[in-house]
Design a protein around this ligand. Structure first.
Ligand SMILES: Nc1ncnc2c1ncn2[C@@H]1O[C@H](COP(=O)(O)OP(=O)(O)O)[C@@H](O)[C@H]1O
Ligand SMILES: [Mg+2]
Length: 302
């Protein structure tokens, strides 16, 4: 086991508002450095809860279990420190921040990340002369990453997510990820609202950034994202537990069969599981992509 592996052991998580009501009932998962793991599951199975618990969202409390990252007990660190240790969460629904430009957001995020865990009193990462990223280097980095993500440079001057289309919001999430160069990226892409263009933006962004130092946890209700991002492992989350793990074939099996047979085999009720993973938001836009046409039509036949 390396320090660069994310190791989750018997993780139990409840909402802070209802601490006796566990959503995650014992998650065990190891994402090794450079691996891409997908977590799939029916709506309400706890996928977003897992993403938020890993990032330290205050709405969730960890009842028991352990998460190791960089040799540290991740759960003891603030959300801010987790980010400084190279964890990144792409939000399902990014917020608008009127008055804050994209450029300022990126610059403070980079400086915070560079400051690392222990701040050196002689270095002030908010100041370009005392260790913050110099303006020239910042511009070069952002230009390079925008080109990678095929983004228009004019976005840098706009306020964060204000008046952004769904696709632009997703691209900005990917841009943040690109400039921060995380070592563990958690992408929560569940539920509705992601049209095929947004899916492809996410997928192309991730694929362009994949490298042997970055682990990725792709959290998704829909198999079709995995038409674009090839996972090393796929895990099915249901009723707060991982009930089945496998290779990328498992995602294809879910696409064909839906969740019901797997839930039934695990002895779980199938009231949420008999929907096909693909049907809920197969949009007209799906016709734009040959791969998506296959997914959308197999969902529609159910
Ligand atoms: N903050 C919360 N307070 C109370 N219940 C919650 C909270 N967050 C999630 N839940 C419940 O926990 C379950 C799992 O939610 P979630 O993690 O969002 O599932 P998923 O992302 O897989 O759809 C759902 O039944 C949801 O209603
Ligand atoms: Mg969710």
């Amino acid at each position: 086991m390396s320090d660069q592996d994310l190791v989750i052991r018997d993780l139990h998580v409840a909402p802070t508002a209802k601490p006796d009501h566990e959503i995650l009932k014992g998650i065990d998962l190891t994402v090794r450095q450079g691996e891409v793991h997908a977590i799939m599951g029916p709506n309400g199975s706890g996928k977003t809860t897992l993403a938020y618990a890993l990032m330290g969202h205050p709405a969730y409390i960890v009842k028991s279990g352990q998460v190791l990252w960089h040799g540290q007990d991740l759960l003891k660190l603030s959300a801010d420190k987790r980010a400084r240790l190279g964890m990144f969460l792409a939000f399902q629904y990014p917020m608008a921040i009127p008055g804050l430009s994209v450029a300022s957001l990126l610059r403070s995020a980079i400086n915070a990340r560079r400051a690392g865990l222990e701040s050196d009193p002689n270095v002030d990462h908010t100041d370009a002369f005392k260790g913050g990223i110099p303006m020239g280097e910042f511009r070069k980095l952002v230009r390079e990453k925008m080109a990678l993500l095929k983004m228009d440079e004019s976005i840098a001057a706009r306020y964060v997510n204000e008046g952004f289309s769904g696709g632009e919001k997703k691209r900005l999430e990917m841009l943040q990820m690109a400039v921060l160069e995380p070592e563990m990226a958690i992408l929560d892409e569940t539920d509705s609202g992601l049209d095929i263009d947004a899916l492809r933006i996410v997928a192309e962004g991730v694929n362009a950034m994949l490298n042997p130092n970055m682990g990725v946890l792709v959290i998704t209700h829909y198999q079709r994202l995995l038409n674009y991002i090839t996972p090393d492992a796929v895990h099915v989350l249901a009723a707060g537990r991982i009930i089945l793990s496998g290779g990328k074939d498992l995602a294809l099996r879910l696409e064909a069969e839906g969740y019901a047979p797997i839930l039934a085999a695990a002895g779980l009720e199938t009231e949420v599981g008999d929907e096909a993973p693909e049907t809920a938001d197969a949009t007209a836009g799906a016709a734009a992509s040959p791969a998506a046409v296959g997914s959308a039509s197999s969902g529609a036949t159910r």
